[in-house]
Design a protein around this ligand. Sequence first.
Ligand code: PRP
Ligand code: ZN
Length: 198
Amino acid sequence: MIIQQPFTIAIQRRGKLRDDSEATLQLANITLEEDVLRSECENTGVRILYVRDDDIPEYVRQGVADFGIVGENVIAECGIALRIVQKLSFGNCRLVIAVPETSTIQSIQDLAGERIATSYPNLLRMFLQEQGIQASIIEITGSVEVAPELNLADAICDLTQSGATLKEHNLRELVTLYSSEAVLVSNPTLPVEQFITL
Ligand code: PRP
Ligand code: ZN
């Protein structure tokens, strides 16, 4: 990426995308600061906002940030129309439905009438509709993988990357709903080529 004129970019403050987002920006000579909410890079004049990944689409939609780096899964879930400027080949993960190892649920059809905990209610709802399955969606914002242990749900719909979290909680994958990677996004009205050359 070559910078034509300074812009504001929103990236994840803490989490799986942070390090690779930073590395991507460093390739364009943009340096980052630790433990701040925003900073301005001396080399390039680029302003960086460090925010929750789930909030990045809204920042870009509002024009508070010109660009953002976020998972495709987050964009798909929130339904905000953004331009995908570039796929970034990191942050690869899958949204899956998983059930306890010991569960009698063996197929997608077996989910009928069951409770599924998720932070991705919209993607899950679409999937269940496509499959013609009626199940209850239990919407929670975090630690979804413990929901079956707590008897809050019979299944979960959550992201998996290495598979470690599912394994730790004795959960087995039933089906993949969505495959995702990190992408550089902009507001559809932004004249991208005035700011960067890929
Ligand atoms: C995701 C997801 C799982 C974990 C899966 O959370 O909710 O907990 O990563 O990764 P694994 O298969 O490598 O164990 P994330 O860290 O992205 O946090 P967030 O959902 O709060 O953004
Ligand atoms: Zn998140």
